[in-house]
Design a protein around this ligand. Sequence first.
Ligand code: HPA
Ligand code: ZN
Length: 339
Amino acid sequence: MKDSEMLSFIQGLPKTELHLHIEGTFEPELMFKIAKRNNLEIKYADVEELKRAYSFNNLQEFLDIYYAGASVLIEEQDFYDLTWAYLTKVHEENVKHVEIFFDPQTHTDRNVSFEYVLNGIYKALEDGQKQLGISFKLIMSFLRHLDEASAFKTLEQALPYKDKIIAVGLDSSELGNPPSKFKNVFKKALDEGFLTVAHAGEEGPSEYIREALDLLKVGRIDHGNRCLDDIDLVKRLAKEQMPLTLCPLSNLELKVIKDLKEYPLLKMMEHNLLVTINSDDPAYFGGYMNENFWGITKALNLSKSQIAELAKNGFKASWLSPNEKQTYLKEIDLYLLNN
Ligand code: HPA
Ligand code: ZN
């Protein structure tokens, strides 16, 4: 099949994004624009020099640059513009529903108010729903390199906004910061009615995935690649139909895998794992949803029905209502039939 035919199949497929850090959508052009209006310096001369710095050997090397980039976000309008730029981009890619992360501590630790961050992002999401037809849920992530007390403080700040924040998550430097470090704050979040998710098994061992399930009671595992080291865990994830939000281009850029051709997606699908395709930090890793779908399609020679299956998994793994899910699943079946 011609590349152009597959690309247009991916483009037209209704998609959902379940693993996306809004700070990771900060494109260099917008970063320079916002830095300028906030009178802040970026330590790179221009967009080209900044882009050249986007070469990472591991998660930490990426995080250092990602936090530096996010540090020019100050005003509510900055968070609005960041989120709006993301939504217009994925609208072009036929993404219908997004469940995105934000990292409040990255901003509140710089004395930016929690309300500015939340309101800026949320207003853009509401406008995206109204003007672009993209439905959404918002997930507040705790930074795992910070202590649990800081996460508790952040949870306190979120309590008045339970109507806007559906879940809490866990991201940042994984190794040495196991889910167990946050079991008390996740317990409190669950008691307060939040859903939970956590990054686990990206660089960390499969044991971290077990901790996320057993101690944090997560409803999805973000990444989860390392589950394959533990066949009993794989069986459990399959039996529970616990979603894994995979991010192929991220894994490639952060050297979680050497080559997309080695991506264990088909093995995961054979094990009946509920795997979904996502973009993580698209401004840094070379692509949004379509580029992630295209990357693995080309590397693994996926068929249209396998691609459609992955898109369906995204809707199944989302927090849309059963009716909304059914509508999208039928739409994808019909799309596959006609394309
Ligand atoms: N892993 C952990 N933390 C992150 C990531 C990631 O891929 N992206 C942004 N924060
Ligand atoms: Zn992530």
